[in-house]
Design a protein around this ligand. Structure first.
Ligand code: AKB
Length: 338
């Protein structure tokens, strides 16, 4: 008999760390973890199996279909916004073709199992693209359907993969005589900038927030690459994990959308700096905006509307701004670099 597992791609990344710990310890789920990089030693015992491999390797994915009963897929692997701009074609390959491969795997699994496979997809505020700073400042809390004109390869990839998820869930092979549904139950969350105390992000453009905090705690000077007035929505990592788990567990009938905004707080870079400097008065942080990266951040909303997530599946963050820094981020990064 094949073992029931949850497949997590990009398992060694920022979200993967928290998700694996939660699912293995609290939920006692068997985890099949996949990442192109070796997984951190502390995560290994929490996984049923770790495979170092590529989501573009269809032979590898085929073997997984044959060996396991995959209940749900958390497809976390992707190349983030800044890194993607340096090699857009590679980013497209990993972010889009990789997602397509996982969707195909989910179709095969659902067919074998004769029941839907949940496909959890972390999308991003990068799916938005506001045309000017003036419009960004006037847009208020942006809804899921508004301003979907991303300016980055990563944002285009995220938006398109949301559409792929919709296609596979609702319109798959619509002209086939038998009209077989794909069996995929696609659910996506558009995350704001995420801040973890355990890991630092690599290759993103909302990274100035977490980088400011981690550099201050390590006692390393930091040049913030955006202007002090720059504003983005952010969320503490435990809330990101919580939102994914809540969405996985929500009854399908309660969901009015396939893609949901979630958010928690939205400080300006100056406000972020003030919180960090209060906790680490010795920190050496300067503002040295990089015009190109600033342009990307200026195209992302200052805030998002997450009413649909609140109404449909009871979303509510545990960590508002004060609690996120006071009870989670500052004590945890202090302990980490002590
Ligand atoms: C990035 O900056 O690329 C990511 C994101 C906002 O999705 N953190």
């Amino acid at each position: 008999m094949r073992k029931e597992v949850v497949l997590i791609t990009g398992a060694n990344g920022e979200i993967g760390h928290g998700l694996i710990s939660y699912l293995s310890e609290i939920d006692k789920t068997h985890i099949l973890a996949l990442d192109v990089m070796p997984i951190d030693e502390e995560l290994r015992p929490k996984c049923e199996r770790f495979i170092q491999g590529d989501i573009l390797d269809n032979m590898l994915l085929g073997r997984l279909v044959a060996e396991y009963e995959i209940r749900a897929i958390y497809h976390l692997a992707s190349i983030l916004s800044t890194k993607a701009e340096y090699n857009p074609e590679t980013a497209h390959k990993v972010n889009v073709e990789g997602t397509l491969n996982l969707l195909r795997l989910a179709v095969e699994q659902a067919g074998w199992q004769g029941k839907p496979v949940k496909f959890l997809y972390p999308s991003s505020i990068a799916a938005y693209g506001l045309p000017s700073l003036l419009i960004k400042n006037e847009a208020g809390k942006v809804k899921e359907e508004e301003w979907c004109n991303p300016t980055t390869m990563y944002g285009c990839n995220k938006l398109y993969c949301e559409h792929l998820g919709r296609y596979y869930t609702k319109h798959y092979r619509q002209l086939a005589a038998e009209g077989t549904p794909s069996g995929i139950d696609f659910r996506a969350i558009r995350f704001p900038g995420l801040i973890s105390a355990i890991t630092t992000p690599t290759g993103g453009t909302s990274d100035y927030g977490p980088e400011m905090l981690h550099h201050a705690a390590m006692g390393i000077p930091y040049k913030c690459f955006v202007r002090p007035d720059t504003r983005l929505p952010f969320m503490a990592m435990p809330d990101a994990i919580k939102s994914l788990l809540m969405l996985e567990n929500a009854p399908r009938k309660a969901l009015t959308k396939l893609v949901y905004n979630v958010t928690s707080f939205n400080p300006s870079a100056q406000e972020f700096f003030e919180i960090v400097i209060k906790a680490f008065p010795e920190a050496r942080i300067t503002f040295e905006p990089d015009i190109a990266r600033q342009g990307i951040v200026d195209s992302w909303p200052a805030d998002v509307n997450d009413e649909a997530a609140k109404n449909d599946w009871g979303w509510k963050p545990d960590y508002g701004e004060e609690k996120a820094f006071k009870d989670y981020l500052i004590p945890a990064v202090r302990a980490r670099y002590a």
